[in-house]
Ligand binder design. Structure first.
Ligand code: 5GP
Length: 182
């Protein structure tokens, strides 16, 4: 019998309900399709946290696209971003000349997205835009440029809809938050 972990006793509270997420993704998908009309995009999913958001959103973007997956993990304590990013799965296809959009789950300090955009820019795409499901504008430590944002939130620690806490909660259909003290 596995021993009960702290995460087993936590029930996240709803911050953004499922229906609101899907309504926003329909808007974002239409906006992206409009902006890139007549072009093909390379849609990069930043693993692991973006996989649910990404797979729902790409189905709302009516454009020819190729899908790529970039695995990153932060070093150190997951509740505090260290900004040090380790690539755990790289993209093997060339990005040169492609219209690339990076899909992130959360921009908190902005360090991770900056690291990723620098990495991709070095591969000389024709264009590079960024999209994040959640943005925490009050927590940025570096200037962040987001072309598409799902929702702006406060400094809550969120889980669900692909986003984990200690490996848990990725399967929740909504975005929840965990109250301080856990
Ligand atoms: P940044 O480098 O912008 O500080 O952090 C980005 C990454 O930190 C996100 O991709 C995510 O993995 C993690 N992160 C930031 N805020 C939260 C949060 O509220 N909940 C969870 N689970 N992860 C977060």
């Amino acid at each position: 019998m596995p021993t009960s972990k702290l995460t087993d006793t936590i029930t996240p509270k709803i911050l953004i309900p499922e229906v609101k997420i899907h309504a926003r993704l329909a808007e974002l998908g239409a906006e992206i399709a409009h902006d890139y009309r007549g072009k093909e995009i390379t849609a990069i999913c930043v693993l692991k946290g973006s996989f649910v958001f990404y797979s729902d959103l790409i189905r709302k973007i009516d454009l020819p696209m190729t899908c790529e997956f970039l695995g990153v993990s932060s070093y150190g304590n997951r509740m505090v971003s260290s900004g040090e990013v380790k690539v755990t799965l790289d993209i093997n296809e060339p990005l040169e000349g492609r219209n690339v959009i990076v899909f992130e789950d959360i921009v908190d300090t902005g360090l991770t997205l900056n690291y990723i955009t620098n990495l991709i820019r070095a591969r000389q795409p024709a264009s590079l835009k960024t999209c994040s499901l959640l943005n925490k504008p009050g927590s940025h430590k570096v200037p962040v440029h987001l072309d598409y944002t799902g929702f702006e939130i406060g400094n809550e620690f969120v889980v669900g809809y692909g986003v984990d806490y200690s490996g848990k909660f990725r399967g929740l259909p909504y975005i929840g938050y965990i109250e301080h003290g856990h």
